[in-house]
Design a protein around this ligand. Sequence first.
Ligand code: SF4
Length: 344
Amino acid sequence: MGNSMESQRDRSSIRVIATYSGGLDSILAAVLMKRLGFDVLLLHVQHLFSTGEVGRNRLRDAAKRAGLSVRIVDASEEHLETIRRPQHGYGQGMNPCIDCRIFMLKIANRVREEEEAEFVVSGEVLGQRPKSQHLKALAIAAEESGLGDRLLRPLCANLLPDTRPVVEGWIRKDELFAIHGRSRSTQMALAEEFGVTDYPQPAGGCVLIEKSYAGRVRDAFRHLGKDEVGLTQFQLFRLGRHYRLSDSVKVIVGRNQSENERLTELAGGRIRIDPLNVMGPTTLVEGCPTEDELLLGAALAARYCDHEGRTELQMRVVSHESDRTVAVAPLSPDDPRLAAWRIG
Ligand code: SF4
């Protein structure tokens, strides 16, 4: 137990930042702290791979039901640097989970200082994700985030070294838990006890783990250089079919109407190809294609048009410099180059 002056401190005067992914564990950790009498502020760190606006509204609703305020911080741009250069490497895809956890906690520490909070609470459970939530990884995350002993993981705190809230006597060990592993039974029981019955799920599996998405990230890092791969690129990796025609030229072909619309929105300085007179995809060409490569891109786009056996299609090619029409023969679906060019 810490010194008696501190232990007598009124918990309602102790501000706590609770990291909030939207998952059950994060909300349980926050509700536990509230029930123990602390002044809790939820923090949701938004990044490119977290939930969208609809999901954020669900997070806000769940926070409201729990009687907690939530602050949302958009850290998308900063998060990209973690993906480009993780100090602790990637998981099975291009997911730098250990660095990603450190990054989230760094933001939490920054918000802690801004909000004049004493410590940060996280819903992590030891061993729940064997590769990023083992003992060493949790210790690294606390240290490298700058939080050090100002981090409390109440769901598994009794399996970890004591941190400041316990040492100072603000909280007793018998108020904390020793949850370990992937079983959710203790959390489900706690959820029932706390009346946390309706909570949003965290965003589905992270795309960085997916083989095809990870392949597109790797390809862009290799051909463009990590620093050139920005937010728009990461958004484009989710859309369409990707083909690399050469070291400097990539073609992205939409797969449906909503992807076509999104590709048009994200086109930026890229060349856009749309079919004329037939239904077909919106296609983007990245890089500086030669005329032959551009015509190849148009033929590739034509392969996915409803050309009904026509041997030649008119395709509109729009760039910053020009808006013109080219005539191309659609590539055959059996063209072996398609498989060779395909990324992810
Ligand atoms: S799964 Fe994705 S979002 Fe989650 S910690 Fe890993 S890299 Fe970050």
